[in-house]
Design a protein around this ligand. Structure first.
Ligand code: MLT
Length: 292
């Protein structure tokens, strides 16, 4: 089911699982990858888990969540020159995504939730831990990393912004696809590739552009991992070449008591490529470590 939270200046749109049995007492928030939206969590939302309420927001500017009150406003500009009056580039950061999760939780009167973030969603989950640690009951970092972008990665993002401005979201989708799906998935499951492309093409260029700016200026969160005290699960596709298994293992080693689940025959979008294996890993963690 889709719902909207209407704020004064924008909308936060989210998917929610149908309750299975009695009123769920626990909440899990899924945060999506770039340049996708909440639809990438459909297999998890549809599966559901008794006593759990699953929420998957479209992050600001993606899917049906708007990024500003004025639909005619330009997205943020890298040098600040083209940004509209309401959100200058100096103001946008990965924290916006984290703050919107807090708004979502407040609006639904939810005190604490487990957060599962994949790739960019993991960056947002770590921003949430930094900004509102009391709201995070548990964490699943999926196909993501804690380090900030280096110079080369920032240069590549600037190149992608130029590509987006010149050729639009379809060109970004083409460039991202090999980073998102394993070779094996692309050659054996064209339906998955088509679905991922459809999800990407449903996004507006402004939100995609702001996402790139937010990612390229996100802070390093490596030290944050060592201070984590909530139950944590790191998940990675064994064929993920964007944030490979070694990166996941290092993250797990830096978080006290964290578990690691490696999803066989999956690339970067492990929850989309192998939903059953992904759900087994995540739901097992919820049952065993979070009393669900
Ligand atoms: C993602 O899947 O969200 C992106 O690969 C993240 C990134 O580009 O750093």
């Amino acid at each position: 089911m889709r719902h909207d939270i209407r704020l004064d200046d924008r909308i936060i749109s989210y998917l929610e699982s149908a309750p299975l049995g009695p009123v769920p007492s626990r909440v899990l928030v899924f945060l999506h990858a770039f340049p996708l939206n909440a639809a990438m969590w459909e297999a998890q939302i549809a599966a559901g888990l008794p006593s759990w309420r699953f929420l998957a927001p479209d992050l600001r500017g993606f899917g049906e969540s708007t990024h500003h009150g004025n639909p005619d406003r330009d997205s943020a500009d890298l040098d600040g020159g083209g940004a509209g009056p309401q959100t200058r580039v100096a103001e946008i950061s990965i924290d916006d995504y984290a703050d919107d999760v807090v708004v979502l939780l407040d609006s639904l009167r939810i005190e604490r939730a487990v957060v599962a973030g994949l790739s960019m969603g993991g960056y947002a989950a770590l921003a949430l831990v930094r900004r509102a640690p009391d709201r995070v009951a548990g964490l699943s970092l999926c196909d993501t990393k804690a380090e900030a972008d280096g110079e080369e990665a920032r240069g590549a993002r600037a190149g992608m912004i130029r590509l987006l401005d010149e050729q639009g979201v379809p060109a970004v989708a083409d460039q991202m696809m090999p980073r998102l799906l394993a070779e094996r998935t692309r050659s054996t499951r064209p339906d998955i590739e088509q679905r991922v492309r459809r999800i990407m093409l449903a996004n507006q260029p402004g939100g995609v552009r702001d996402g790139l700016v937010r990612m390229m200026r996100r802070p390093d969160s490596a030290r944050l991992l060592r201070g984590l005290t909530c139950p944590a699960l790191v998940i990675v596709g064994d064929e993920d070449r964007t944030t490979p298994p070694e990166v996941a293992r290092t993250m797990q080693q830096h978080i006290a008591g964290a578990e690691l689940a490696t999803i066989a025959q999956a690339g970067h979008l492990s929850n989309v490529e192998q939903p059953d294996r992904f759900n087994d890993a995540l739901f097992g963690f919820l049952r065993n470590r979070l009393g669900g």
